[in-house]
Design a protein around this ligand. Structure first.
Ligand code: BYC
Length: 313
């Protein structure tokens, strides 16, 4: 079969909603797009542990601490699961980690903002996990089998993450004036970075057209962002707080909420490494990786010894 026939068969498989599996033929650009997006997704899960990890020792109660620890451990699991799914495309975990440490691979812009007070943990759970779920529910139907299956599993845990964030904000918003102000301040700081998580507007998105044709993306950046706005406006009413956007307004004609302009200059500055915490995040990841070297060496030595024993037996 020549390249053109292979391409036609590949697209027909996608159009028929049959998942692409690791051993199937796929165009190199499809493979590279998935490696880019899935490794960026895995890195986001791992780097995303850092802002929350900052509050484990300062959680206000034992129960909150246990919940936060469980959530952060879930994120680690998601990262490892996604690295494994990406490895099925023929790239090693080492190559992906090197790319992150050397600044060649991206991770979500949102994790380059600081967590200044406890309410930030609520805002991350409610808004950041909320935005992530919106995206990941659509990705459950993505065309690449291992990515789709990873998303199904991950979404189950993300729902609990969002719920715990909402619960933190709900408790604070019913507390003292100071606690309510803390919750509002956290919303003010996390709302716009969460809106940016969905990426540039569709008209500016480099990969959207091709990724939509390949059904890697099932909903566009702007469609997902709109769903997120519509949901958040309903939920913030329950909290008795306000979203920091004076332009938020129900649009009867569109049957959606209109929202104000996003600061794309800030977004691109953060993506290009000039956010408030970019350097700190990568430095923390590199340190964790270096500190873990003895564990990797010990595991490797054990695996070699076990293999040698098996050969001799
Ligand atoms: N941040 O053509 P576009 C979590 C880049 S973690 C940084 O629209 P695409 C959690 C984009 O990569 C879950 N960069 O791209 C963990 C591209 O640059 P390159 C995180 C961004 O891929 C711990 C360029 O902009 N979720 O839940 O079609 C605690 C043009 O964009 C961003 C995922 O990672 C950004 N926000 O669409 C709590 C979802 N946005 O690569 C929670 C998986 C865009 O050409 N990823 N860029 O150099 C996706 O769904 C898609 O990659 C995106 C972007 C929708 C993000």
């Amino acid at each position: 079969m020549d390249e053109k026939e292979l391409l036609n068969r590949f697209q027909a498989q996608i159009d028929a909603e049959i998942k692409i599996e690791p051993k199937d033929w796929m165009p190199d650009a499809y493979r590279q797009t998935l490696i880019r997006q899935m490794s960026q997704h895995a890195h986001s899960e791992i780097v995303g542990m850092l802002p929350e990890g900052n509050w484990v020792t300062r959680a206000p109660t034992l129960k909150r601490k246990a919940i936060l620890l469980a959530k952060i451990q879930d994120e680690a699991g998601h990262g490892l699961y996604l690295y494994s799914a990406t490895e099925t495309l023929g790239i090693s975990r080492q190559e992906m980690i090197d790319a992150l440490h050397e600044g060649r691979a991206k991770y979500s812009s949102v994790f380059n903002y600081p967590t200044l007070n406890w309410a930030d943990i609520g805002a991350i759970g409610w808004l950041v996990d909320g935005a992530a779920i919106m995206n990941q529910v659509a990705l459950m139907r993505t065309s690449y089998g291992p990515y789709s299956r990873a998303m199904i599993r991950i979404c189950k845990e993300e729902s609990f993450h969002q719920r715990q964030g909402f619960d933190i904000l709900y408790t604070l918003s019913r507390g003292s004036d100071e606690q309510k102000a803390m919750a509002q301040d956290a919303l003010n700081r996390w709302w716009w970075p969460s809106m940016m998580m969905f990426g540039p507007h569709d008209s500016e998105s480099t990969h959207s057209q091709q990724s939509t044709k390949w059904k890697i993306k099932r909903k566009s950046n702007d469609e997902l962002r709109q769903d997120f706005v519509d949901n958040s406006v309903q939920q913030v009413k329950v909290l008795g707080l306000t979203l920091p956007d004076p332009d938020l307004k129900w649009n009867e004609e569109r049957q959606h909420y209109d929202y104000g302009p996003i600061d794309w200059e800030e977004f691109w500055a953060v993506v290009k490494g000039r956010g408030p915490c970019n350097r700190e995040r990568i430095a923390a990841r590199k340190k964790a990786y270096d500190d873990g070297e003895w564990v990797r060496e010990a595991a490797l030595a054990y695996a070699k010894k076990k293999k040698a024993k098996e050969v001799l037996a």
